[in-house]
Design a protein around this ligand. Structure first.
Ligand SMILES: Cc1cc2nc3c(=O)[nH]c(=O)nc-3n(C[C@H](O)[C@H](O)[C@H](O)COP(=O)(O)OP(=O)(O)OC[C@H]3O[C@@H](n4cnc5c(N)ncnc54)[C@H](O)[C@@H]3O)c2cc1C
Length: 405
């Protein structure tokens, strides 16, 4: 069977899903192909914080990263309130705010000085009486930061539901083929039904690679260099048990020493997801060593904290981004437009709306559909191709939990 599209997107993480929604609402014939689960790898593996830039001004100066994200919390809030499309009002929040506190190091919090004026979401100093129990014994000022933490699984679910029928499951190991013209343009993509034998040939006007770490392989398949991408690994820690639902960053100089986000697992137990510098420093450690490292770090940054009776595990995950000269995080969303192939890396979940806006500007396809929309939707509903499942949060994927001391 053949199907004509205006835009074919690979990858159903935050970048692909947000763009799919924008293009569908613009009346284009758009499809998204997903090789794993919707919400994918980094998006459901992330901590879900809608950063407003505080992290990036800790050096006490304006940074390009802070500039790219500072308008994003307001943009997200409009969608989360349902006043601007995409209407994301059904999304579940993990928290409406984070706390910000400092460790006991001499350089801690120097970075906050003078930087806050630049931010739209400013840290609010908390009176001692309003500190959460966990932070009562912490040195120095504690702040509340009105940056929301979203449930990334429900984010993916809402966008998948809004675009039902437009997200197709593929198995790249079974028959994903690109028809590339001598000019380098991709003319068509052939896919084979997972667990089936039907074939679908999709004619394309523009292709968007929004497959996170999968972009390297896809780029090589369409004859583009894989070398445009970098991976920055993390070794995240999960701890579950009798814990408060607490979300916050402990700042140490210009670094976020520890970032904690919290949710409940499917059995109703509270799980903390622990990242920040701890997850970067722990990349070379074995899981048991990383857990011991996390226990020492939490004892240091949360004076009086008790770890008895908790269960621990870790997971490894790469941040997939456009390559930078020194291997550091790009300051903004990243796009490469070569022939009719646009490769995108949002760099952060919070930048997904900005990513979609920049991608649309590059594609130049709005109001330029090349075919009949109703025929496209009729063909798709008759096709009844399998849809991918929804990705699970990292704690639901872990089989081995270690009891802590
Ligand atoms: C541990 C961690 C914590 C983070 N915390 C935050 C945070 O708190 N706030 C924030 O703003 N950002 C955060 N980030 C960054 C953010 O998660 C990422 O920048 C963002 O999710 C990337 O989205 P994406 O859509 O590009 O990729 P992904 O979410 O990785 O999605 C890519 C999708 O492509 C699919 N795919 C792969 N190969 C193929 C193929 N060949 N064909 C079809 N589909 C394919 C995958 O299955 C996946 O579904 C964090 C990242 C990590 C790793």
């Amino acid at each position: 069977m053949n199907l004509g599209t205006d835009v074919l997107i690979f990858g159903g993480g935050c970048a692909g899903l947000w763009l799919l929604d924008e293009l569908r609402r613009s009346g284009l014939r758009v499809l998204l192909l997903e090789s794993g689960a919707v919400g994918g790898t980094q998006t459901t593996g992330s901590q879900g914080i809608l950063h407003g830039g505080t992290k990036y001004v800790l050096q006490g100066m304006f940074s390009a990263s802070a500039g790219s994200v500072r308008d994003m919390p307001a943009r997200w809030r409009a969608s989360l309130a349902g006043t601007v499309e995409p209407d994301l009002s059904p999304i579940r929040f993990r928290s409406r705010h984070c706390y910000l506190w400092r460790s006991d190091s001499w350089q801690s919090f120097l970075g906050m000085v003078g930087a806050q004026a630049f931010l739209h979401v400013k840290p609010v100093p908390l009176p001692d009486a309003e500190r959460p129990g966990l932070l009562t014994r912490c040195p120095g000022q504690v702040f509340r930061l009105d940056e929301e933490v979203i449930d990334t699984t429900s984010f993916a679910e809402v966008l998948a539901e809004r675009n039902r029928g437009l997200i197709l499951q593929i198995d790249p190991a079974r028959g994903l083929e690109f028809q590339v013209l001598p000019t380098g343009r991709v003319a068509a993509v052939r896919i084979v039904e997972p667990h089936g034998s039907r074939e679908l040939s999709i004619e394309v006007n523009q292709v968007v690679l929004a497959a996170g770490a999968g972009n390297a392989q896809l780029r090589s398949q369409v004859g583009l260099t894989e070398n445009a991408m970098q991976r920055r690994p993390l070794h995240m820690v999960l701890v579950c048990g009798d814990l408060p639902l607490f979300n916050g960053h402990c700042i140490d100089g210009a670094k976020t020493r520890v970032t904690i986000t919290a949710d409940r697992d499917s059995q109703g137990r509270v799980v903390w997801q622990i990242g920040g510098q701890l997850a970067e420093d722990g990349v070379r450690l074995e899981p048991a060593e990383q857990i011991a490292h996390a226990q020492r770090e939490l004892a240091a940054v949360l004076p009086g904290w008790k770890s008895a009776g908790l269960e621990w595990t870790t997971y490894r995950i790469d941040r997939a981004e456009a390559r930078t000269a020194d291997g550091s995080r790009p300051n903004d969303v990243q796009l490469l437009h070569e022939n009719n192939v646009l490769t995108i890396w949002p760099t952060k979940l919070v930048l997904a709306p900005r990513m979609a806006q920049h991608a649309i500007e590059h594609l130049g396809v709005l109001n330029h559909s090349l075919g009949g929309l109703s025929e496209f939707h009729t063909a798709l509903s008759e096709l009844d191709w399998p849809a991918p499942a929804l990705a699970l949060p990292p704690w639901e994927l872990q089989s081995t939990w270690i009891s802590g001391s």
